[in-house]
Structures are given as structure tokens and as C-alpha cells.
Design a protein around this ligand. Structure first.
Ligand code: GLN
Length: 444
């Protein structure tokens, strides 16, 4: 993998930090361990991994793709990193991302633009674009990403790989730099569904350091892959197959659904009428939470600080003005506006109420169905520089609902159009990872 990186990283640009020497040192230690006793080895032992740069790693720079944290070296490991290390995984580097995970193309990174390995003029998606491109180009066999509104599934779809956003609470957020805490979740980006289950096994579990962590028992998701899918009830929401989605993408997904039907799945169309408001709901609630979470980056407690200031207030204002990128500042300002006492009821409160209605929409469908299937993205990967602001926000129109509701969702490749990959999204009930993984595996 290091020699693949040597050869291709300049073209793809997936990493912010590479930890080559440490990786080799770790690999030697694991080799030794293997020689001594092979019996207790984890499936991930000795296998390299890329970690999105908003997941803290002890002694390794964790920048969040930002200037304000460009030299931040955390003194501790995120729980997921600790767990991977317990599995003897080898961290090979930290992957590029949109600053503080705000974006859908990885163009908002303060450091570099990551390219889509399928076409270097196209974006890899985002915000976990570095992780997705690295796996797609085989620079690492798997990577971790984070999803607040689609940042694992959307880049995985654009790069032709598998990406899973787990149920909210299944994977500890301790050590994930918070964007919108009630949406954020860490998940795997892998080449195939089996790898996805293997990685999920090693990162899940109750963590008392995350107050929203849930104990869902000790499930072996690789065993779940073999679950019989005959008779499984699949819902196709008509709002996810309407004219906002590229017709060619719809066709590919419906072809895949036919394959599942042949395997014994029962298919029916349903309606999720509040889907229409999901994107707006997300783009009110996520910036609101972000404006609060990002208040900690003040030039005092973490990261960079400007040199000249005459007061504490000036220090904070100047640091934040200079060090945050445009998209991050936009979200902080807009989120602060939504939360202000004069606008709270008009925006934040309404969006919270809409969140409840969207949750009920899904609960209703899941009373009669086991899973929901849709395209992952409304478009194919687009040109670098092509989309901005609202047209960029639109990339998440099919993925945000899973984060709003807290349910698990996976994307896997289901064909190619003009040499670019297409993703199919499978959504499950709360803790329905077994359902979505087994259907994904059966299709694959
Ligand atoms: N693209 C969405 C946003 O910009 C989602 C990002 C994410 O999931 N981290 O907010």
C-alpha cells in the first residue's frame, strides 16, 4: 500500500498526513506478534487504514481540513481509533476532508483538492472525499469517515465503493470533532460489503465517554451477511425516484432492485411525503449545532492564534476571521442567526418539529417494510469547481434523512454510466444493520 501511495497519491491527493515510518514500525511489531501467537488475531491485524482527519489520533496531527487546527496534535485517541489499535490495525495516514466536514466535494479543504480516481477532473464527493478516494484507488484497503448528512455515502457512491452510516449511537463519537452532534456518526468506507461488516465489528460498542452511545449487544455482523433475504419487504419511496434524480441513475437502481426481486425480496412503492423538507430541515439544524460546537475554536484553547491583538475579544475575533474558511464562517453565522432569540421560533423550532414529522414518516413505512431502497445521489460525480452553495447542498438530498432520523444506511455500487460509478442506497430500521448488510451482500 505504501508503494501504491508513492505512485498515485500525487495524482489523487487523498491524504493530509502520512505516517509511513510509524506504520512500518507498527507492522514490524505485529509481524512479531503473529510469529509468537497467531490464535488471537483480529481480522484487521496488520492491515493498514486511513482515518478521516476529524477523528483524533494521539500524537498524529488532526486538522479537520482546517487552517485553525493545522498544527493540532491531539493528546489522546478517539474511541474508534483505540478499538482499531486493539485489533492491531495500522494507521497509514489521515485523509483529506472538507473543512470541519462541511461540504460535499472535498473542495472546502484548507490544504488540497482530492480527485476522483475514476476521472481526475471530477470531485470524489465529500466531506469524507479523501477516505473514499484512497479506498477507491487502493491506497488503503479501508478507511473511516464521518457522516452528518451524507459524508460517507455520497463520496463512497461517487468513488464506486461501499460506505455505511451506522445507527446513531452504535459507534462512539468520543474523539470525533463535533460538527452537528445529534447527526454525527462514524462509519467504514470499504471495497465490498464483507469488509464493511468486518470493520463495523471492530468499531462498535458501548462507550461511557459518549453520552449518546448505546449498548446493542455483541453482534457479529459478518455472520449476519448470510441471513436469508427471501421475503424481505423492500419499500421504494416515490419521492426518491422523481425528476430531481438523473434518469440514468434511477434506471441502474431499479435494475438492481429487479435482481433483489429475483432473490426473493418483495418490492412495493411507498410515499415519504415530508422528504421534500428534509434538506431544508438539515440545513437549519446542522449549522445551528455547528455554530455552538465551533465556538470552542477561539485561538485560546485549541489550534492557531493570530499574532497581534490588543484584547481577548480582538484575539478571538481576529483568529476566527483569519483562520476559518468561507463555508465554515457561513454556517456559523447562519446557525447563530437561527438560534437567536428573535428568529428561534421561526427557524430552529420549526425545523425541530419538521424533524419529528420526518421521523414519523419513516416509522410509518418501517411498520410494513424491512428496508428502503433509493439512489444514493441525484447526479453523477461532477467537475471540480462546477458546484457551489445551494447546488452543492443539493448533493445530499437523498442522504440527509437517514441522519435526521438516526437510522442506518449503506451505499454500494450498482453500475456505471459513462465510466462513472452509480450508488444504490439501502436504509434500515434503528439497529437494522443486519438487514441492510445482508441485502447489500446478497446483491453484491
Ligand atoms: N454535505 C453535507 C454538509 O455539507 C453533509 C456533510 C457531512 O455529512 N459531514 O453539511
Amino acid at each position: 500500500f505504501l508503494s501504491r501511495i508513492e505512485k498515485l497519491e500525487d495524482k489523487v491527493g487523498s491524504f493530509i498526513t502520512l505516517t509511513k515510518e510509524k506504520a512500518i514500525e507498527d507492522a514490524r511489531k505485529i509481524d512479531k506478534k503473529i510469529k509468537e501467537d497467531i490464535s488471537n488475531l483480529s481480522d484487521l491485524a496488520g492491515i493498514p487504514v486511513g482515518i478521516k482527519d476529524n477523528i483524533v489520533t494521539e500524537g498524529i496531527k488532526t486538522t479537520c481540513g482546517s487552517r485553525i487546527l493545522k498544527n493540532f496534535i491531539p493528546p489522546y485517541d478517539a474511541t474508534v481509533v483505540k478499538r482499531l489499535k486493539l485489533s492491531d490495525a495500522i494507521i497509514i495516514g489521515k485523509t483529506n476532508m472538507d473543512e470541519f466536514a462541511m461540504g460535499s466535494s472535498t473542495e472546502n479543504s484548507a490544504f488540497k483538492i482530492t480527485k476522483n480516481p475514476w476521472d481526475l477532473n471530477k470531485v470524489p464527493g465529500g466531506s469524507s472525499g479523501g477516505s473514499a478516494a484512497a479506498v477507491s484507488a487502493s491506497l488503503v484497503p479501508y478507511a473511516l469517515g464521518s457522516s452528518t448528512g451524507g459524508s460517507i455515502r455520497q463520496p463512497a457512491a461517487f468513488c464506486g465503493i461501499v460506505g455505511l452510516k451506522p445507527t446513531y449511537g452504535l459507534v462512539s463519537r468520543y474523539g470525533l470533532v463535533a460538527f452537528a452532534s445529534s447527526f454525527d456518526q462514524i462509519g467504514p468506507l470499504t471495497k465490498d460489503v464483507e469488509d464493511c461488516a468486518i470493520v463495523l465489528n471492530s468499531i462498535i460498542g458501548f462507550d461511557k465517554k459518549d453520552s449518546t452511545s448505546v449498548d446493542n449487544g455483541n453482534i457479529d455482523y459478518t455472520k449476519a451477511l448470510m441471513k436469508d433475504i427471501r421475503g424481505i419487504k423492500v419499500a421504494l419511496p416515490k419521492e426518491y425516484f422523481d425528476d430531481k434524480v438523473d434518469n440514468r441513475i434511477k434506471e441502474k437502481v431499479l435494475d438492481a432492485v429487479k435482481v433483489l426481486e429475483k432473490l426473493g425480496a418483495k418490492i412495493d412503492y411507498v410515499s415519504l411525503p415530508f422528504s421534500e423538507y428534509a434538506l431544508a430541515t438539515y440545513y437549519i439544524l446542522a449549522p445551528s449545532e455547528a455554530s455552538s460546537n465551533l465556538a470552542r475554536f477561539d485561538g485560546v484553547r485549541y489550534g492557531e492564534r493570530v499574532e497581534n491583538y490588543n484584547s481577548v475579544e480582538e484575539l478571538i475575533v481576529k483568529t476566527r476571521t483569519k483562520m476559518f474558511g468561507d463555508e465554515v464562517k457561513r454556517r456559523i453565522m447562519i446557525g447563530t442567526y437561527f438560534l437567536s432569540s428573535s428568529h428561534y421560533s421561526k427557524y430552529y423550532k420549526k425545523a425541530q418539529q419538521m424533524r419529528t414529522l420526518i421521523i414519523r414518516d419513516f416509522e410509518r413505512v418501517f411498520r410494513d417494510f424491512d428496508i428502503i431502497i433509493s439512489p444514493t445521489t441525484p447526479t453523477l460525480p461532477y467537475e471540480i469547481g462546477e458546484k457551489k452553495l445551494v447546488s452543492m447542498y443539493f448533493s445530499d438530498v437523498l442522504t440527509v434523512s437517514a441522519n435526521i432520523v438516526g437510522i442506518p444506511a449503506i451505499t454500494l455500487p450498482c453500475g456505471y454510466i459513462d465510466g462513472l460509478p452509480v450508488g444504490m442506497q439501502i436504509l434500515g430500521k434503528i439497529f437494522g444493520e443486519i438487514d441492510i448488510l445482508s441485502v447489500a451482500y446478497a446483491y453484491e
